[in-house]
Design a protein around this ligand. Structure first.
Ligand SMILES: [Zn+2]
Length: 393
């Protein structure tokens, strides 16, 4: 439930604030899939208007649970959080991934899944889809802090689900739940046909209480640097206040918050109308915002910087080498099964941008690539493996 803010002129960050991308994080960001995003968004929209307490709202909750189960999350990780206001009953969904070093301190990444008047493709199928895509990719990735992926309901009726969660779960836990950060995603889908190169990073400017504002400013500054490091997007340089979404009950509780909100330059007429449909938003923008969010979430929760066995695949599954390394104008791909040419090979730069794609070629001309580090990803018989290599000039 966001109302239009009139933005001051935008100024964009330059490289001075850039964060060096972590290669393992880049590799996971490169797994964000436009196909997955489009499919998830379509499934969400297919439930129709998901008014809090309605049958459609409940069906969407069950769909979310099934998504997490399909990603491999166990039933004990997937919890419903029922709440009531007036005579309306609804449920939040909370999925917990336990941290390796700080299991009792949480990074919460949240988005509401209820909609009002329309099917809510942008508000907030966009945030819902981004959270699901991050949970899918991070399923087997160790993180030092625990992560809670939370899908709130009751947002459009006045932050009912998130307020319930803060009062009845965060504060009712003994000891009180320890939260490192709340990272909220609401309306990050943009407008079809508009140019979107900016995502707004929102920070806490609310003075009741004000003791958490400096920490929110610091995390939001980091968030901006991760946007630049892991996506093709820019961010706002002026302060954009957090308001009217599920981070606010946390803010009021003294927690540290940050958030993403779409950065199109003019007003968006579709949210809270029957026209909040996929055709009126920009799924490619959502794809880019999801990349930025996944880069940031890995830093916030301190994800492993080692590619796991799953990510690099077993040598028998998709073993290969890239030579020479460092390389100059050509690289050669050496497969463990040398006669096979039924493979695809993609090269990503350290910002996660795909810079080359080939099919079945074992000698590849890379003379067009600037000097630097790259990740080469091989897909072969349904398996994937990634190798790092350097191009010297
Ligand atoms: Zn919303």
């Amino acid at each position: 439930m966001k109302k239009l803010l009139i933005f001051a002129a935008f100024f964009f960050y330059l490289a001075a604030f850039a964060q060096t991308p972590e290669p393992a994080y880049v590799s996971r960001v490169s797994q964000v899939s436009q196909t997955q995003i489009n499919q998830t968004l379509q499934e969400y929209v297919n439930f129709g208007v998901k008014t809090t307490g309605s049958a459609n709202n409940t069906n969407a909750l069950y769909w979310l649970k099934n998504k997490y189960a399909s990603f491999g999350y166990s039933q004990s990780q997937i919890e419903e959080d029922p709440f009531t206001y007036g005579n309306v009953n609804s449920r939040n969904l909370v999925v917990t991934k336990t941290g390796t070093l700080y299991p009792n301190t949480y990074v919460i990444v949240s988005s509401h899944f209820d909609s009002i008047v329309g099917p809510g493709a942008n508000d907030n199928g966009s945030g819902t889809t981004a959270v699901l895509e991050m949970a899918r990719i991070l399923k087997d990735i160790p993180t030092e802090y625990s992560i809670k992926f939370i899908h709130f309901s009751g947002e459009e009726q006045g932050l009912r689900g998130s307020q319930h969660y803060v009062t009845n779960v965060v504060n009712a836990s003994t000891p009180k739940m320890s939260i490192r950060l709340v990272f909220n995603l609401d309306q990050i889908g943009g407008v079809a046909g508009q140019m979107h190169n900016t995502i707004i990073c929102e920070q806490d400017t609310n003075n009741s209480p004000s003791g958490n504002n400096a920490a929110s400013a610091a995390f939001t500054q980091q968030l901006k640097s991760y946007v630049l490091a892991y996506s093709s997007l820019q961010t706002n340089t002026n302060v954009q206040p957090a308001y009217s979404s599920d981070y606010m009950p946390f803010q009021n509780n003294g927690e540290i918050i940050t958030g993403f909100y779409e950065g199109n330059g003019s007003s968006n007429p579709y949210p809270h109308t029957a026209n909040d449909v996929i055709q009126n938003m920009d799924p490619v923008y959502l794809f880019n915002v999801t990349k930025a969010a996944l880069g940031a979430l890995q830093h916030f929760a301190i994800a492993s910087t080692y590619l796991s066995v799953n990510e690099t695949a077993t040598p028998q599954a998709a073993g290969f080498q890239i030579t020479p390394n460092p390389a100059k104008n050509f690289i050669e791909i050496h497969l463990d099964e040398p006669r096979n040419r039924d493979f695809e090979f993609e090269i990503f730069d350290m910002s996660g941008k795909k810079v080359m794609a080939t099919q079945g070629e074992k000698g590849i001309n890379i003379s067009s690539l600037p000097a630097g580090m790259y990740l080469g990803t091989l897909r072969y018989q349904g398996k994937t493996a990634t190798r790092k290599f350097r191009v010297g000039r």
